[in-house]
Design a protein around this ligand. Structure first.
Ligand code: NAD
Length: 418
């Protein structure tokens, strides 16, 4: 049966916006402005491949809103990247930086490519040419990229170098998520996963669930998924299932995360991991467990599977993992969904700390970063949960109401140019 459910990420982002904006009674022109990205840049460029051939690549940088500060958002390398996906991700960044109350706006970028089919040298050339193409509109006080799916601190180092060459001076503040010895922040790599753990723990407190008697399943075992699993396990949560693009792995007694980390370091994917039962990767979401952490891609929890989800608490590590129709089903089932713009804000919060350290030419201690992140995200969590109870809305709508309210206030106070 083919679903008629909306799965265009940008349409979904706009539906989520409308639901919250309606309650805020914003004027129509303001809604129209806040729903639309300020600028969409699309670039097509040639890259020399290792075999001597030349291939064309397409990339995007979408700047959604900068009323509260410079544009901010990651760069994704993946085959399914398209303009609507990048527009959705850029608008989610605006709401994320606003709900976390950091002085940034929202942006996102991506290159259509399959990194599994590219050598390191090819990836470097793609990154450098893409950085060159978008460099007129990025900069430490203008728009600051960061890692996302299939990009990492090495990619950020190439971006810094390319941008700095153009400016003829070191420009470390142009991206975040850099290697520590090149202006990166301690605690940045794990920060998104740490934020998932922090918000999950607060939600468990609210639901009177003891982490030590709790099981969790994590979809995705990349930067966000793996660190979320590791940090939840440190708090006593038993991680019974995990997945990646190749398979799902299950062990009701608890997965051995250090063993999995070592395995992934060598083999990259979980496909032939021998120390757990394998299931179809889609079924990982439906396992009996208390907490589900989707930490892979958009549109994973849909009308097709929402009814079969057993978890009582969903903490969205990924951006856009739940469709609006699935949200309605989960809400009727009494499942608490901690929305992406709050649950995965840990990454951009520490990115902000990294940027501040770059501006100040400082390096903060790891503990300082962790303490500041914990305090900041816990405060945001409580602002959202309090409004959720007061307004009797779902948590996503409450988070959007706070975020949209902050951006709208900034925009209206600044006024309309000219
Ligand atoms: P990553 O590339 O490090 O990892 C992605 C993981 O998802 C990999 O394990 C991959 O195999 C897996 N995956 C891909 N397709 C899958 C599928 N169909 N089923 C199951 N697993 C699948 O990326 P990441 O940085 O961990 O990002 C994951 C999500 O978190 C994305 O939605 C991203 O936008 C979001 N996010 C990332 C950050 C960050 O700081 N990296 C911050 C906020 C949000």
């Amino acid at each position: 049966m083919k679903t008629t459910e909306e799965q265009n990420p940008f349409r979904i982002a706009q539906m989520q916006f409308d639901k919250a904006a309606e309650r805020l009674r914003l004027e129509p022109w303001l809604c129209a402005f806040l729903k639309t990205p300020n600028r969409n840049l699309s670039v097509d460029f040639p890259v020399k491949m290792d075999d001597g051939s030349v291939r064309m690549f397409t990339g995007y940088r979408v700047q959604h809103n900068n009323d509260r500060g410079p544009y901010k958002g990651g760069i994704r390398f993946a085959p399914q990247v398209n303009l609507d996906e990048v527009k959705a991700l850029a608008s989610w960044m605006t709401w994320k930086t606003a709900v976390a109350d950091i002085p940034f706006g929202g942006a996102k970028g991506g290159v259509v490519c399959d990194p599994t089919q590219l050598s390191k040298a090819e990836l470097e050339r793609i990154t450098r040419r893409f950085t060159y193409e978008i460099s007129p509109i990025i900069g430490p006080d203008v728009d600051i990229p960061a890692p996302d799916v299939n990009t990492n601190s090495q990619v950020m180092a190439w971006m810094v170098d390319t941008y700095s060459m153009g400016k003829r001076q070191p420009e470390f503040g142009v991206v975040t998520g850099k290697p520590i010895f090149l202006g990166g922040s301690l605690g940045r790599e794990e920060a998104t996963g740490r934020g998932v753990m922090i918000t999950a723990l607060e939600a468990m407190k609210d639901m009177k669930i003891d982490p030590k008697k709790t099981t969790a399943v994590v979809q995705g075992s990349g930067n966000v998924g793996f660190h979320a699993a590791r940090l939840l396990a440190e708090k006593g949560v038993r991680i019974i299932g995990m997945s990646d693009i190749s398979t799902g792995i299950v062990n009701e007694k608890g997965l051995d995360l250090s063993d999995i980390a070592a395995y992934l370091k060598e083999h990259k994917i979980l496909k032939d991991y021998a120390k757990a039962r394998h299931i179809q990767k889609e079924l990982i979401l439906e396992l009996p467990c208390d907490i589900l952490v989707p930490a892979a891609l958009e549109n994973q929890i849909t009308v097709e599977n929402a009814e079969r989800i057993k978890a009582r608490l969903i903490v969205e590590g990924a951006n856009g993992p739940t469709t609006p129709a699935a949200d309605d089903i989960l809400s009727k089932k009494g499942v608490l969904v901690v929305p992406d713009i709050l649950a995965n804000a840990g990454g951009v919060i520490v990115s902000y700390y990294e940027w501040v350290q770059n501006e100040q030419r400082e390096q903060w201690q790891y503990n300082v970063v962790v303490e500041k992140l914990t305090a900041k995200l816990t405060k945001s969590y409580h602002e959202v949960i309090d409004l959720m109870r007061k307004e009797k809305v779902d948590m996503r709508t409450a988070a959007y109401m706070i975020a949209i309210g902050r951006v709208a206030e900034a925009m209206q106070t600044r006024g309309i140019f000219p």
